[in-house]
Structures are given as C-alpha cells and as structure tokens.
Design a binder for this molecule. Structure first.
Ligand SMILES: [Zn+2]
Length: 385
C-alpha cells in the first residue's frame, strides 16, 4: 500500500519518497512510491500532476491500494525522489470539488435530489441531479452556496467508526468498503468523499452556476468556482467591454443594442428582398415580348427568387422559360416554367444531359444540374427555340 500523504495534509505541496517500482506501460511508465502527496483519480476528480525529481507526472491513478504516477521517463527502483505537485492546478481542482459539495448538499437539503453524476473537467464542473430544478431555483442555490463561502465555515474531514457512521446522515454515491471518509460543512453538507478538500469554505471563492440543462429525467448543472470563476468573469467582461466600445454603448446596455441590431437586420433583409424583386421585374422587362424560349443564367438568386423570375418572364413570353441559378463549381438549381408546353419533358432532357435531378408539374419543374453554364444555356436554347 502506498502511504497517502494527501490524507495527512491535503495542502502538502512537496514531499520526499523512495521509488518502489517502475514498470513500462505502452510508451509511458508507472512509478510506485512508498509514500505520495499525489492524489489519484477518484470521486470525480482527476489524478494530480507535477514532478518527481526532473521527471514530469502527467496523471496519477490508484489500483488496489497502490498509487501509480504516470511518467514519460523511467525512475530506477530505490531512487530517492523529491515530489512536487502542480499546486496551482490542485488548488483549482479543490476549489471546484469543495464548491460542488456545497451545491450538491444544498440541492439535497432543499429539494431532496441526489447528485448522480459529477465530473470535474478541464473547463468546468458538471453535476447531474435526479430531479428537475428550475432556473429560478438554480439562482437561489447559487446565492446560498456563495453565502456558505462568505461565512468561511470549516470544511471538516471525519473518519467515523462503524457505530458513529450508522447514526450519521450523510450523502454517498457508492457503497464503500472499509473506512468511510466524511467531508462535513456544517449546515450545508455531509458527504462521503475520498478527495482532498479546502480547509475553509472561504478559500473556494466565488461559486458561479453557469448552465442548466435537462438530463436523463433530471438536470445537469455546470459550475465554475474560485480562480475559474474569476477567469470566466474576466473573459465575459472583455466581451461586454468590446461590444460596448464597438457600439459606443454603456456596458449594461449591450443587450438592448444587440436586440436593436437584430431588428435592424431583419428590416434590412426585408428591404433587400423587396429591392431584389424589383430588380427581377426589370430583368424580366428587358426580355423582348413573345420569345419562344428564354434561358437566364443567374449567379445571385436564392430562395424562391428563381421561381419568381420565371413567372415574371412567362407573363411576357408565350413560350418556355428556364432560370439556372448557381455557378459551374457548385452546380445550378433550375426552375423551368411554361404556359404552353409540358416542362417535365424539358426537365428530363436537362437532367439526362447534365447529371441532374428534379421534376414537377407540367406548367413548372424544379431541380438541379451540374456542368458548364455556357453549355447548359446553349443546350436549352437549341432544344426549345
Ligand atoms: Zn467529493
């Protein structure tokens, strides 16, 4: 068994130890020490990272009481090592984990839901609860969780006897064999947990619940605590400041500014559509009346504009009209219309020649073809003039 120094002192940043074994595992090495302050992956928290002498530890895992330090280089058996944790990372993880206990404890206390999934990721923390929580309730939980932080309560680690444990009300995700370790935050939470925690709630810093989504009949809540919440604040502050500067608006008004922009964009779009229709009618008026076949190759038509153009041309022409919208590279969407001939024949002919597809009613067909625009134009005019 590796001696777990992180249980003696969760704030231990450096330690000395002796290498008991080092085995190769793929391209990596698994180093076992007689004692370690590296916390192995567990309880939703990732394994610690840091250094053993000059060698980097990129993960730590526990198996049957032995703690494995994952490295890219070997360490010989019997070597004395100085272990140094990446304390910045560990501290941030503890901030998230202790914050999670407060939030899960509050949810349990207020709504009776259990935390059925906890993931402490590189970006944020997610907590899954087996009941539905509304946005308003989440805001309330966030407020109360921060109140717990500002009260600066002790975060106690208790190792109760079996008898004491029987009398104790505590949250637990799994059945635990052997000694149960309880993390207690008076008035907020009491939960079985194997991970190191902050000493006092004040060290967690701000607790920010950032997202709420429905998940497996319950909800998934995302959270940022401490330095991560600070980084998130800074990032959001920069965004809001930049938007405010671009629009010469006050920071608290950026939402109104964006809303106004959206409305403006919508009315501009409607204006463009109106102008586009006008443009199409001028285009149609350019075509002499009574043409037998008209073929228009258009680059910038979208939506139902090709159909509109066909209809406008048909009002002036007694024959058949085709509009091909697109380009050689991306292919052409077509609409062919006529008041006198069956356009399905035309569609069939064009589809066959230019690897196309599509069809419709005798008076109008729609589809797509690929090929050279000039060839498409010539083929259509040759066949229908
Ligand atoms: Zn925990």
């Amino acid at each position: 068994m590796t001696e777990k120094l992180f249980y003696q002192d969760g704030y231990m940043k450096t330690f000395t130890a002796t290498v008991l074994s080092c085995e190769q595992s793929g391209e990596d090495y698994k180093v076992v020490l007689d004692r370690t302050a590296f916390f192995p992956e567990g309880g939703g928290q990732s394994g610690d990272i840091g250094m053993l002498n000059e060698i980097q530890v990129f993960d730590t895992k526990e198996k049957e009481g032995l703690i494995y330090h994952y490295t890219k280089a070997p360490l010989s058996e019997g070597t004395k090592v100085d272990g140094v944790l990446d304390w910045e990372e560990r501290f941030v993880r503890m901030q998230q984990h202790s914050g999670e206990h407060i939030v899960s404890g509050l949810v349990n206390k207020l709504y009776g839901y259990d935390n059925v999934g906890f993931h402490l990721g590189k970006e944020d923390v997610t907590m899954d609860f087996n009941g539905v929580i509304t946005k308003e309730q989440m805001k309330e939980i966030e407020y109360l969780a921060n109140e717990a932080v500002f009260k600066n309560i002790d975060i106690q680690t208790i190792c109760p006897s079996e008898e004491e444990l029987k009398k104790m009300a505590y949250r637990s995700k799994i059945e635990i064999d052997g000694q149960v370790r309880i993390i207690k935050i008076e008035g907020y939470d009491c939960c079985a947990c194997c991970a190191p925690h902050m000493r006092k709630t004040g060290e967690i810093g701000l607790i920010k619940l950032t997202n709420l989504q429905n998940y497996k009949g319950g909800v998934r809540i995302s959270m940022l605590s401490g330095f991560r919440a600070l980084a998130d604040y800074s990032e959001k502050e920069t965004s809001v400041k930049n938007i405010a500067v671009s629009f010469s608006a006050k920071e608290h008004e950026v939402c109104d500014v964006v809303e106004h922009l959206k409305e403006e964009k919508l009315s501009l779009k409607q204006e463009i559509a109106k102008l586009q229709m006008q443009l199409l009618s001028y285009k149609a008026k350019d075509i002499p009346e009574g043409e037998k076949a008209v073929c228009l190759m258009e680059r910038n038509l979208s939506g139902n504009e090709p159909r509109e153009l066909v209809n406008l041309v048909l009002e002036r022409s007694a024959g058949i009209c085709a509009v091909f919208a697109g380009d050689d590279e991306n292919g052409y969407r077509y609409v062919i219309g006529s008041k006198t001939v069956d356009t399905r024949e035309a569609a069939k002919l064009m589809n066959e020649k230019f690897h196309g597809r599509g069809g419709g009613k005798p008076e109008m067909v729609q589809g797509s073809v690929t090929g050279n625009g000039e060839e498409i134009y010539n083929y259509f005019i040759c066949n229908f003039s």
